[in-house]
Design a protein around this ligand. Structure first.
Ligand code: ADP
Ligand code: ZN
Length: 723
């Protein structure tokens, strides 16, 4: 009797115990997937997690159910991954099953359907029991059948024991079916077998082998090899059969796997110093913060650190908050690392995620992976460094559902499990991070100089209340801002306008009775989308047409816009600056896989010269000709019901300001930032104006301590749910 604990993707219970089938010829290893019965009818895929000790088995008081079958011939999880899962489940108080749900691409997960196939070569040694024969008959149509289908057509209580028996006989095979029918475009790649045997080769095979070795490449596409060497497919296949070559099939279209096209830039003296300091810091600290102002060239420093890891045969994980927003960065890394770079894209289909997962696990394919927070769960086996870029970004935190993990903390733990280092990089560190750096828990390296010695942009504040009072406004643009934009457009420069709200207006209100249309599900005000003439809930997507008559007081034409979003600003730009070529970057215009890319290209090629956007425009864009960045109304950032509101506001303003003035223009002029607000006295603007992170940090820290917030205290949210 062998007992084993299995992780099931459930929010209750940590693991479940099953009996390993007696006399099973299989060779199960922890981390493999198994098919198990659960409850009366359910079948789940689980992960083999732990063998029971002999003592536990002896103490057993309960008759456990038996595992149906093993789904893998190789573990899909490494022991290190399991350790990370354990830490997350423990620290963020959830079940291993919930971690499993977040960690594995759906196609590897329990929800996927198991399908059964007939093994064409099977010949039964003798007559089979009736049910098993019926089952085989059913499969002779050559098509795969789901377990549900089989259960329905065979009149037995449970088909699984039969499937299990047939599996062991080799009569059938099972496979996880993925409903997403993504068929990857694939390519054969030829590489040298790791330990190739002594084999007698024909003259043409020898010739091909010599040709391949002469290339000095680790691998080459099979088509390319045939084309370049002029040999036939049969000769390549011959070498594969003799175990000299390995032929692997890989997907080619999704990652645009262009080869390396550029070298890393030489580091500037300031960057070199930062690089040296980081290396030194890693001798005493496993985690180090690189606090580098915007446009200081942190990426170039990262590239050096990555190269160093690759030389040592290690892998690097490069975490970014939201990959769709880092086109420029990904392109830069692709040029330097070519095919060694894997991208774990948030807009990839599930199948594509599975492919990346398997590429890392089985083919040891990528040495550098750039990805969003969930790429922490990829099956790395020799991480040397984790870079967490823009470490302050809130999207590193998974809020809902469980596991409510923070990728910064989990990343540091993962690095620890690999004996690797973690580098946190940002211009505006999270308060908690800076606190850890100042208290010596993390190393701290500063890069205070912008690349090419540029100065930081100048920041001007405009008092909106005064402007409104004097009626010196064009819509939401104050007179001075209006004039500045006009001037920049005349100079053929580019402008970025930041408004952290999409749609047309924040909400609508009845001028008569002050009724505000709200979402029936979420009780938040609906946002007007002028394009579709609808009101939309930005939490759940609930949509209604804009009411012509107030639903509350039934008067006609009383509904009016309140507040404003990016779509409204786009209209105003067209109205007040008819000469401008306006573009809008928000969730609505970047929903498609290439929407964001296209906008960036248009802006880079100056088909757009006024870019209006939500926080997306604050993230990692570099354009030399942006001479003005405008924040239309900073108040909204400050008036959030969150103790981190000021911190976020500071980060957002500093980051958006960083998009300006990357290069002095012909007149030696640097970028300008205009911030409009009704509350110009707020101290936060003073810090932003002088780019004084330290001052901001100290002021915030005092408040955090006074009001008992992190990093001095921990907060636990408790939610009660009931009908
Ligand atoms: P950060 O991430 O610190 O805001 P980046 O790494 O994106 O800054 O660098 C800002 C710009 O300066 C980029 O366009 C980058 O290509 C350029 N740059 C930075 N360092 C170098 C260097 N050593 N050589 C050439 N170009 C550099
Ligand atoms: Zn009304």
């Amino acid at each position: 009797m062998i007992l084993v604990d299995v992780i099931l993707p459930l929010a209750v219970g940590s693991t479940y115990t099953y009996r390993w089938p007696a006399g099973s010829p299989m060779n199960p290893q922890l981390g493999m997937r198994v098919l198990v019965p659960f409850g009366k009818k359910k079948i789940h895929t689980g992960i083999l997690y732990r063998w029971h000790t002999e003592q536990e088995e002896a103490d057993r008081t309960f008759e456990y159910k038996e595992i149906y079958c093993l789904l893998d011939s190789y573990p899909i999880l490494t022991p290190t991954q399991l350790k990370l899962w354990e830490w997350i489940a423990d620290y963020y108080m959830c079940t291993l099953g919930e971690v499993m749900k977040a960690a594995l691409p759906t196609a590897l997960k329990p929800e996927s359907e198991t399908r059964v196939f007939l093994e064409p070569d099977f010949i039964a040694a003798g007559p089979l029991p009736r049910t098993q024969q019926q089952l085989l008959d059913m499969l002779t149509d050559g098509k795969p059948h789901s377990i549900e289908e089989i259960t329905r057509s065979l009149d037995v209580r449970s088909v699984l024991p039969h499937i299990n028996t047939l599996l062991e006989m080799g009569a059938i095979s099972v496979e996880e079916h993925v409903s997403d029918r993504y068929v990857p475009k694939t390519e054969h790649r030829i590489s040298l077998a790791p330990d190739f045997p002594d084999a007698k080769l024909g003259p043409r095979q020898q010739e091909l082998l010599r040709f391949f070795l002469g290339l000095g490449e680790e691998s080459i596409s099979r088509t390319e090899l045939i084309r370049q060497s002029g040999c036939s497919l049969a000769i390549v296949k011959g070498l594969v059969e003799k175990g000299i070559f390995v032929d692997t099939t890989v997907g080619v279209d999704r990652l645009q796997e262009e080869g390396k096209t550029a070298e890393a830039h030489p580091l500037s003296p300031a960057q070199q110093t930062a690089y040296d300091e980081i290396s030194a810091s890693f001798l005493t600290h496993n985690t180090t913060l690189l606090h580098g102002v915007t446009s200081s060239g942190k990426t170039e420093v990262y590239i050096r650190l990555i190269e160093e890891q690759l030389r040592a045969g290690k892998q690097v994980l490069y975490l970014v908050p939201e990959i769709a927003l880092t086109t420029q960065l990904t392109d830069r890394l692709r040029r330097v690392f070519g095919e060694k770079l894997g991208v774990y894209h948030s807009k990839f289909s599930d199948q594509e995620r599975v492919e990346i997962y398997k590429n890392i696990l089985f083919h040891k394919k990528y040495e550098v992976v750039i990805g969003v927070r969930s790429s922490l769960f990829l099956p790395f086996d020799r991480l040397g460094l984790i870079i967490i870029d823009e470490e302050h970004d809130a999207s590193y935190k998974q809020q809902d559902p469980a596991p409510r993990y923070h990728a910064r903390s989990a990343g540091i733990i993962l690095a620890g499990l690999h004996g690797a280092k973690t580098l946190l990089g940002t211009a505006t560190p999270a308060l908690e991070t800076y606190y850890n750096a100042c208290s010596g828990k993390f190393g701290l390296v500063r890069l205070t100089e912008r690349y090419r010695g540029l100065s930081l942009p100048e920041i001007h504040l405009i008092d909106l209340q005064r402007q409104y009072h004097r009626k010196e406004m064009y819509g939401h643009f104050s007179d001075p801002l209006h004039d500045r934009i006009r001037e920049e457009l005349q100079r053929d420069k580019q402008v970025i306008i930041f408004q952290n709200r999409r749609g047309y207006s924040n909400y609508m209100e009845c001028k008569q009775c002050a009724y505000v249309p709200k979402c029936v599900n979420c009780d938040v005000s609906l946002t007007e989308h002028k394009f579709s003439h609808t009101l939309v809930c930005h939490y759940c997507g609930y949509t209604i047409p804009v009411p012509g008559v107030c639903p509350a007081c039934h008067q006609a034409d009383t509904m009016a816009d309140r507040g404003f979003g990016t779509e409204r600003i786009e209209d105003e730009v067209k109205q007040f600056f008819p000469e401008a070529k306006a573009g809008r970057m928000d969730l609505d215009t970047t929903r498609t896989k290439n929407g964001h890319k296209r906008l960036i290209r248009q802006f880079a090629e100056k088909q757009i010269n006024v870019l209006i956007g939500t926080q997306m425009v604050t993230k990692g864009l570099h354009f030399d000709d942006v001479s003005l960045v405008a924040v239309l109304r900073a108040d909204a950032l400050l008036n959030q019901p969150d103790f981190r509101a000021y911190e976020r506001a500071y980060q957002m303003l500093e980051q958006v300001a960083g998009r300006a003035g990357r290069k002095p223009d012909e007149n030696g002029r640097i970028g300008q930032v205009v911030i409009q607000t009704t509350d110009p006295q707020n101290p936060i603007f003073g810090f932003v104006r002088s780019h004084d992170y330290e001052g901001f940090y100290r002021a915030q820290l005092r408040e955090r301590e006074l009001f008992r917030y992190p990093p001095f205290y921990r907060i636990i949210g408790i939610t009660l749910r009931h009908h």
